[in-house]
Ligand binder design. Structure first.
Ligand code: CUA
Length: 306
């Protein structure tokens, strides 16, 4: 029917078609019989109503047949669900984190990526975590979808069966930019996956390191790099001149320096830039090192050079 991108496609699609087919059959069947009876027993044609006492064999029939049908639907639903909850022991484990509004994937060797990269024909388990509110990781092509719950852990697993690139969506409304909470999963042959997995990023490249930090922590989903207005102030021109901020309800002008940047990261609601709303950003108190700050600032300042 469709391209089978994961080992779950066949089972899920079959169960869906079965339940949909049975529902459609009864929808059409009941509607047709109902219309037929409305015409047939219209009071002009059938002026005297008939009192029916009951019909034993008919009652047995309409109890037994639906029970069997419902049990058949339950059997396929339950066996499919069980398969999706029992993870093979040799699965690759990746930590998938959702936050307003981006995804990040952390591998066992510490590698972090904003796209999910997996080998073909190998079980992959995603440990699902949320930094803020409930999100839902949905890979339509693989027929998998699970919630990410703050303060709790959840998981899903799949085995990709086709080389290619597939959408990852958020399927739980999580705020302003929910619709932009998209990523992709790249399915590679095992040798290419191994190569990707073992490639270390060059930590001496400050611009790249800074960009990666801003991307992997979802900063760029609220702070644009081209001057356009999103949830927070743009990073373009971020360090130009002075900032008009509201601190403790009072307007204030502050110098845009390292300290201002750090304050904005560790305690975003302390000084809120005029024209923007407080309470929109999760504080990151101990998340970054001095080197991280310097890399991020290097990248942000480079936006103004072009
Ligand atoms: Cu995350 Cu919707």
């Amino acid at each position: 029917m469709f391209k089978e991108a994961s080992s779950f496609v066949e089972g899920v699609d079959f169960t869906f078609a079965l339940i949909f087919g049975i529902s459609l059959f009864f929808l059409v069947g009941i509607t047709v019989v109902m219309i037929y009876f409305v015409v047939k027993y219209h009071h002009k044609k059938n002026p005297k109503a008939t009192d029916i006492e009951g019909n034993f064999s008919l009652e047995v029939l309409w109890t037994v047949i639906p029970t069997i049908l419902v049990m058949v639907m339950f059997y396929f639903g339950w066996s499919g669900y069980k398969q999706m909850r029992i993870v093979p022991k040799d699965a690759i484990v990746v930590e998938a984190t959702g936050r307003m509004w981006s995804w990040s994937f952390k591998y066992e060797n510490g590698k972090v990526s904003d796209t999910l990269v997996v080998p073909i024909n190998k079980a992959v388990k995603l440990d699902l975590m949320s930094d803020d509110v409930i999100h839902s990781l949905f890979i339509p092509a693989f027929r998998v979808k699970e919630d990410l719950i703050p303060g709790d852990t959840n998981y899903l697993w799949f085995e990709a069966r086709e080389i290619g690139s597939y959408h990852i969506l958020c399927a739980e409304y999580c705020g302003d930019r929910h619709a932009y909470m998209v990523s992709k999963v790249d399915v590679l042959p095992m040798d290419m996956y191994e190569e990707w997995y073992n490639t270390k990023i060059d930590t001496s490249n400050k611009l790249l390191m800074g960009e990666n930090l801003l991307k992997s922590n979802a900063c760029l989903s609220c702070h644009s790099i081209d001057g356009s207005r999103l949830v927070g102030p743009s990073f373009k021109g971020f360090f130009d001149g002075e900032a008009e901020v509201i601190e403790n309800g009072e307007e204030k002008t502050v110098e845009k320096n390292l300290e201002y940047f750090k304050n904005s990261v560790t305690d975003p609601d302390m000084q809120v830039v005029k024209g923007f709303n407080a309470g929109m950003m999760v504080p990151y108190p101990d998340k970054f090192t001095e080197e991280d700050y310097s890399n991020m600032i290097e990248y942000i300042k480079s936006l103004d050079e072009e």
